[in-house]
Design a protein around this ligand. Sequence first.
Ligand code: HEM
Length: 209
Amino acid sequence: MKGFVDEMRAVAMKLHTKDQAREGEKESVDPPIAAWNPSVDGYLKFLVDSKVVFDTLESIVTTALHPSYGEFQKTGLERSEQLSKDLEWFKEEGYSIPEPSKPGIVYSSYLQQLAENDPPAFICHFYNIYFAHSAGGRIIGRKVAEKILNKKQLEFYKWEGSLSQLLQSARIKLNHVSSGWSREEKNHCLEETEKSFVYSEDIIRLILS
Ligand code: HEM
């Protein structure tokens, strides 16, 4: 039998554009990644705002703001420390690290508010952020590294052990936590997916700013 994660994935895949993923159904508005002309400054803004979001997710889970979040401690998917190391590396290379900007700050406060009041919606964002990073996020990382970082692979794109196993364990936990939800709560979680795309895309767009 299929678990709830399959439903979350199906909703997310449809929200991709056709050039992002084979299962995407939306028409593209932004240029495809292959045609991007990124700058290190834009990419740094993206990394800083991504860190704001991962810091927020990881502190919500660490403090188990809601008891069900405790299950998602130490999934191995955490990205905050890796991003700190990457930003340190850029600093050593002589770049100045920007302050967090609006897209990261706005998403982070939205996540904090959901985490306190609306666990099914929060879990939707949790799923989309970590799984998007393991798929599209890596494609972005590879392309940007080819174009402006002399192929340097950042820690943000490295996981300890097998990524597919980490994702699989996270799927099992997501299925377990959501098995306690009513159909209404599940639908509410699925309906939140679109917002996750809107907020994340605002952060991705910083790469081109
Ligand atoms: C999966 C590309 C943005 C959420 C995928 C896959 C690709 C992809 C190629 C794998 C499809 C497969 O399994 O065959 C991209 C690109 C993006 C992007 C190029 C932007 C430039 C996003 C955003 C979100 C998102 C903004 C949500 C915030 C997901 C999820 C999956 C996925 C949840 C499923 C992962 C899994 O089942 O393991 N994406 N994506 N993606 N993406 Fe994206």
